[in-house]
Design a protein around this ligand. Sequence first.
Ligand code: AKB
Length: 318
Amino acid sequence: MERILVIGCSGQIGSELTLALRKIYGNKNVFATDIKQPPADILETGPFYLLDVLDYNNLLHFAVRFKITQVYNLAAVLSGNAEKIPQQAWDINMRALMNTLELARDSDAKKLFWPSSIAVFGPTTPRHNTPQLTVMEPNTVYGISKLAGERWGEYYHKRYGVDFRSLRYPGLISYKTEAGGGTTDYAVEIYYEAIRNNRYNCFLREDTALPMMFMDDAINATIKLMDADPAKLSLRSSYNVGGMSFTPRDVANAIRKHRPGFEITYEPDFRQAIADSWPASIDDSVARADWGLSDSFNLDSMTEVMLREIGKKLSNQE
Ligand code: AKB
C-alpha cells in the first residue's frame, strides 16, 4: 500500500496535486505538509503537518513514523524571486532536493517526484521546438539549480537505485492557488486582473512567447509519469513537457472574446531577460512516446475555465 508525502502542499501545484492523489490513494494515505497553512479543503480531507524539508532529521523521522513510500517534493524558490536572493535560492532549492534524495536512501520513501522546469534551458539553446537533448546553459539561478537537480536525480537513480522521476514543467496556469515569484506568473495574474479591473499591466513584452500548461493537464501528466512502468522510462533526468505556446498579446486576445473591453499595457521589468533566455516552445515527443504524455487544454478552452472559475472565486470573496 502506497503512503505518500507531499512537500509544499500549500503552493500552486501542491494545493491541487494533493487532492488528486487523495482521490487515487485514499485520503488518509496522502500526508500533506508545508511550512505554511494549506487551503481549507486540504485540511478537511486528510492529514496535514507543518514540516520543513530543510530539516533533515525531522523529515527522516516523519517518513519512518508514517511509513512513507513516495514523495512529491514541490518546495522551490521560483525564477523571479531567486534572482533577488541568488545564494539563498540556490541553498533552499538544492538542500530541499538533496534531503529528499538522501531520504530515499535512508528510508522506504524510494519513489521521488521532483519538478524541473523549462528554466534548465538558456540563451544558447534552440528556442523553437526545443529538443529533449540539447545545449543547456541556463543563466538564472533558478535554472542552474534545476539543471543541477536533474543531474543529481539521475545520479541517485543510477548509483543508489532511487526511483527518481521528473518533469520540466512549462509555466503552469491555475485558478485555485496563485503562483509566487515566477516569470510565467503574468499568465495567471492577467486573468485575475481581467475580472477585477478589466485591464492588466504586463511585466513582459507583448510578443514574448513561452511554453505554458493548464494545471489539470500538469496534474494528469505528473500522475501518469509516477504510474508509468519503470521499464518504459528511457530518461531519469527530467522529461520535456510542452503544453501550448503563447504570448501576452495572445492571452489578451483570448480574454477579449469574453470581455471585449479588456485592456493591456506593457512595462517589461527584470523578468523580461529571464523570459528571453527560455524556449518559446518545447518538443515533448520523448515523454509522449515513453509514457503517453497528453494534454487537452488550448488557450481558448483554458481561458474560458480561468475566467469562469476566478469570477466565481472573487464574487464569493465579496
Ligand atoms: C517560473 O516562472 O519560475 C516557473 C517555471 C517556468 O518554472 N513558473
